[in-house]
Design a protein around this ligand. Structure first.
Ligand code: FE2
Length: 432
């Protein structure tokens, strides 16, 4: 049999070494040692890690790359970010958003991202962001899966036209129902918004992904309501809670009741480590709270947890480079996920877990999966996180769509080697 592509001598995320992966007609056709067949293109992985692509389950593509327009966020808080975004919205055109989003997608592809779930603000009667990102979703479809969440940034009840706009955006083709209960005027309105939005999703057969309790308020109770409405409406497995940072500050006794309710509801969990370590705890003196939700406990309870990047160079976060390994690295540190098993799990949190949350079909490295992969300059998932490894080759549907030169530094030191390859530093006892 002739294949389109064979990757030789790969290490897989599950630890298998010396594996060849053959692709045909956009799918993985064989995964075994020493495939002897012809292919139009052969890539020697040289024992490095080949993974399914990175997945970003939480992003704001309508705001990305807008940093400094019309001004910078001085306080660094979530609330000033929302106010600043409100200043930017009226002065940006559909073309502005499309151009920035496409540039971001170029970067994301080069960094091995294969799918992004982006929230899109619907609190704008022109639905500028929705129009722009529907166009972007169409344009990038050959090389990037883009899911869109109808996100009422200013509150579905607090904003006077958000309810109507949310329905309009779903009618236009936005995929998922979003929300922001902690930004509604009262706790009661927040709870009512969760009920209202979950009912819309149930009626339309859609998924839900809500910014939920993105605050330091230990008494916020919207995660509880989200779990309750998910179970009541039979939406188990279709609902994600994004951020959930209030859980960091909640009383331990209450959390011991809450997590089983989340398990009962099959809630997916999307922490956003880079943005939450930056935004949360801003009203604290010392000690300052970290503000990341309780990742080890949620993971231990069996919930599916996927890390998102949330923002890159926008009103809320002025750094970022579409690097999901950077996201995993921060999530690992803030969650103190330092055992070998936990560090390897952090790689799952930016790959397979997030693919499951997004409901991506054909994701993985088994025969019959879509031939979407990334070859990394690292020997295993932990090394990939440690190094924020270079993406040597990015493959989509069995075709190479991005390449990078390996990160190797030349040295000019007397009596020392003439180069340094950072991927060659793992101790032999760790498989290096
Ligand atoms: Fe967000």
């Amino acid at each position: 049999m002739n294949f389109d592509l064979i990757i030789k001598n790969a290490t897989l995320p599950n630890g298998q070494i010396g594996i060849d992966i053959a692709c045909k007609d956009g799918l993985i056709a064989a995964v075994e040692r020493d495939i002897k067949a012809e292919a139009k293109e052969v890539i020697d992985a040289k024992g490095q890690l080949v993974s399914p692509p990175f997945i970003d389950p939480h992003f704001h593509m309508d705001a990305t790359l807008s940093l400094g327009t019309p001004r910078l966020n001085v306080s660094g808080t979530l609330l000033e970010g929302i106010a600043l975004w409100g200043e930017l919205k009226p002065v940006q055109s559909i073309d502005d958003i499309v151009e920035r989003a496409l540039r971001y997608c170029d970067l994301a592809v080069s960094m091995g991202i294969g799918a992004i779930r982006s929230h899109v603000d619907i609190c704008d009667d022109e639905l500028t962001g929705v129009q722009a990102l529907l166009e972007v979703r169409k344009q990038v479809a050959p090389y990037l899966d883009l899911q869109l969440v109808a996100f009422p940034q200013d509150g579905v009840f607090r904003d006077p036209t958000a309810q109507e706009n949310l329905i309009r955006s779903l009618d236009m083709g936005v995929d998922i129902v979003g929300g922001i209960p902690h930004f509604e005027r009262t706790m009661q309105d927040g709870a009512a918004s969760v009920k209202h939005l979950c009912e819309i999703a149930a009626e339309r057969g859609l998924m839900v992904d809500m910014h939920c309790d993105e605050s330091d308020d230990p008494l916020s109770r919207h995660v509880e309501t989200l779990a309750y409405e998910t179970t009541r409406l039979g939406l188990q497995g279709r609902v994600a809670g994004s951020h959930l940072t209030s859980m960091h500050s909640m009383d331990n006794y209450y959390v011991s009741k809450l997590i089983p309710l989340m398990v009962e509801a099959g809630l997916h969990v999307i922490p956003n480590p880079l943005i939450n370590i930056m935004l949360q705890g801003r009203h604290d003196s010392y000690p300052k709270r970290r503000g990341q939700t309780r990742v080890p406990e949620l993971k231990a309870a069996g919930l599916t947890v996927g890390f998102g990047s949330d923002c890159v160079m926008d009103p809320w976060y002025s750094l970022g480079k579409a690097d999901m390994l950077d996201v995993a690295h921060m999530g690992l540190h803030v969650g103190q996920l330092s055992s070998r098993a936990d560090m390897a799990w952090c790689f799952d949190a930016v790959t397979s877990n997030s693919a499951q949350i997004m409901g991506l079909e054909g994701y993985g490295l088994e025969i019959g999966c879509k031939a979407n992969m990334v070859l990394l300059q690292a020997k295993d998932p932990i090394e990939a996180i440690r190094l924020r490894a270079t993406r040597l080759t990015v493959i989509r549907a069995g075709q190479v769509i991005a390449t990078s030169q390996p990160s190797i530094s030349a040295l000019r030191l007397p009596g020392r080697p003439d180069s340094v390859d950072p991927s060659q530093y793992a101790p032999a006892s760790m498989g290096g």
